[in-house]
Design a protein around this ligand. Structure first.
Ligand code: SF4
Length: 437
C-alpha cells in the first residue's frame, strides 16, 4: 500500500512550531510521508494560533478555505493548536468534518487520523514525555526546544491559558540529550522556549529547576549559545540569584525576556499580573547591576481594560525610565472566554493613538541607545542568512547585527566593526572570523 502523505501548515509562536515537530515525528514513526505541496497530500493539518483577534480572523479564513478544499478533493483535515483547543466550537462551525487535536495531544495525532476522532481531553501521558526527532526542530543553525508548556498565571487578557492549561515540563535528560544531538548536527543557537520558562520543573519536581538545568547545559561540550525564553517576573523572583549566577556563564546569551505588560499598578491588578511596578523595577535593576550589558526584553499591552490616560502615562514613564533594550508592543484585543473581554473596553481610536505614541518613544530610545555602538567593535556569532539579504549575527547579549551578504560563514564567530544602527538592530562590517569547528 502506498504511504499516506501529509501536508502541514503552522502558525503562531515557537510552541506551535515545536508541536509541529512532535506531530511530524509521530507521523514519520508511523510510516506517513510529509509533503511540501498541498496537492500531493492525503491529509492536511493546520496548526493554529489565536493569540489576537486579527490572528483569529486570519485563521478562520484559512480553516474555511481548507475545509472547502479538503471536501472537494476528498482529503482529510486535522485542525490542531491553540484555536482548536480554546475555540473548538468556532473551528467546528468553519469545518464540521475536521478532526480537532488539542495542543496537549499533538503526540497522539495518529489517533485523530486513524480513528477519525477529536482529541480535546487531557491525555493520560503528557506530550512532554514524547521525544521529538531533532531533525524536525532545525531552522538552519538555530533550534528551538520547548522546555515547558503552560504557565501558573491566570492573566485576564490571555487566551493561551485556555489552550495550554497546565504546566508540563520536559524531562531534563530529554532536553540535554536533544541539545547534544542538535549540536552534533551543527546547531549554534539553541532557544529554550515556553510561555513561562521560570516555572520549568514545578510539575515534575515540585520546584523551579531552570537554574539547575542551566548548570547541566554548561557541561555539554560544543561551540553553541543558548537563549533563555520568556519568564513571568513573579515566577523568576524566587530563583533570581541562582538564575543570575547561571546566566553569567559564557554559554548563555545575556538576554532576559521579562514581560511587564503595563507600568501602572492598577492595570497590573486588573490584568491579574502578580507583581507591582516597584517589584518589576527592582528585578530589572538587580539583573542589570549583576550582568553588565544585559538585554532586557519586555512586552507591553496598551489599551487594556482599566487603562485610563494616567495609567498609560505611567507606562510611558516606566519605558522612559528603564529604557528597555527591546519592547514588543501590542494593542489589546478582547479574546473570547477571558475575563478582560467582559470588562468595559478602551475605544479603538484611543488604543491606536496610545500605541502610536508609545511606539515612537520606543523607536526613539532604541535609536539613541544603538547609535552609541557606531564605531565600536564587537564579537558576534553568525547564525543565519538574514531575511533582508544580509547575514544575521548576534552579540553576547543577543543584540542583532546585520552583516553584508557572503561576508562570513554561518556558524562562525567574527570580530566586527559597527558601522550603522537602526532603532531595532545594528549594522556591521566583518574584520575577521573563526571558521565553525
Ligand atoms: S501559545 Fe499563543 S502565540 Fe503561541 S500559538 Fe498559541 S495562541 Fe499563538
Amino acid at each position: 500500500m502506498a504511504r499516506r502523505t501529509v501536508y502541514i501548515e503552522t502558525y503562531g509562536c515557537a510552541l506551535n512550531f515545536a508541536d509541529t515537530a512532535i506531530m511530524k515525528t509521530a507521523l514519520l514513526n508511523h510510516g506517513y510521508e510529509i509533503v511540501d505541496k498541498i496537492e500531493d497530500a492525503d491529509i492536511i493539518i493546520i496548526n493554529t494560533c489565536t493569540v489576537r483577534l486579527d490572528t483569529e480572523e486570519k485563521m478562520s479564513k484559512r480553516i474555511l478555505a481548507l475545509g472547502k478544499y479538503s471536501k472537494e478533493k476528498n482529503k482529510e483535515l486535522v485542525v490542531a493548536g491553540c484555536m482548536a483547543t480554546a475555540q473548538p466550537y468556532k473551528v467546528k462551525k468553519l469545518a464540521p468534518h475536521a478532526h480537532l487535536v488539542a495542543t496537549y495531544n499533538v503526540h497522539r495525532v495518529i489517533e485523530a487520523i486513524e480513528k477519525r476522532i477529536d482529541l480535546l481531553e487531557e491525555p493520560s501521558k503528557p506530550k512532554t514525555l514524547f521525544m521529538p526527532n531533532p531533525r524536525m526542530m532545525l531552522r538552519g543553525l538555530i533550534a528551538e526546544i520547548p522546555l515547558v508548556d503552560g504557565c501558573l498565571g491566570d492573566c485576564s487578557f490571555c487566551i493561551t491559558k485556555l489552550a495550554r492549561r497546565h504546566v508540563y515540563s520536559r524531562p531534563m535528560e530529554q532536553i540535554t540529550s536533544l541539545i547534544q544531538q542538535l549540536v552534533r548536527r551543527g546547531v549554534v543557537e539553541i532557544r529554550l522556549t515556553g510561555q513561562d520558562v521560570a516555572v520549568y520543573g514545578v510539575d515534575i519536581a515540585g520546584r523551579r529547576l531552570l537554574p539547575t538545568l542551566m548548570r547541566k547545559i554548561m557541561d555539554i561540550p560544543g561551540d553553541f549559545m543558548v537563549r533563555i525564553g520568556m519568564m513571568s517576573p513573579d515566577q523568576l523572583e524566587p530563583v533570581l540569584d541562582e538564575f543570575i549566577d547561571a546566566l553569567r556563564h559564557p554559554r548563555f546569551f545575556k538576554f532576559v525576556h521579562l514581560p511587564v505588560q503595563s507600568g501602572d499598578d492598577n492595570v497590573l491588578k486588573i490584568m491579574k499580573r502578580r507583581y507591582s511596578v516597584d517589584q518589576y523595577r527592582a528585578l530589572v535593576k538587580e539583573i542589570r547591576s549583576k550582568i553588565p550589558g544585559v538585554m532586557i526584553a519586555t512586552d507591553i499591552i496598551v489599551g487594556h481594560p482599566g487603562e485610563d490616560e494616567e495609567a498609560f502615562q505611567n507606562t510611558v514613564r516606566l519605558v522612559e525610565e528603564l529604557r528597555f533594550e527591546r519592547v514588543h508592543l501590542a494593542q489589546y484585543t478582547p479574546r473570547p472566554r477571558t475575563v478582560a473581554a467582559g470588562l468595559p473596553q478602551v475605544p479603538d481610536p484611543v488604543k491606536k493613538k496610545r500605541s502610536k505614541i508609545l511606539g515612537e518613544i520606543i523607536a526613539r530610545i532604541g535609536l539613541e541607545e544603538h547609535r552609541r555602538f557606531i564605531g565600536s567593535r564587537a564579537r558576534v556569532l553568525v547564525v543565519s542568512p538574514g531575511e533582508r539579504g544580509g547575514l544575521d549575527a548576534k552579540m553576547f547579549n543577543y543584540m542583532p547585527v546585520i552583516l553584508p551578504p557572503n561576508s562570513a560563514r554561518p556558524g562562525s564567530w567574527c570580530n566586527v566593526e559597527i558601522t550603522d544602527a537602526t532603532w531595532y538592530d545594528l549594522r556591521g562590517r566583518v574584520l575577521e572570523c573563526t571558521e565553525p569547528g
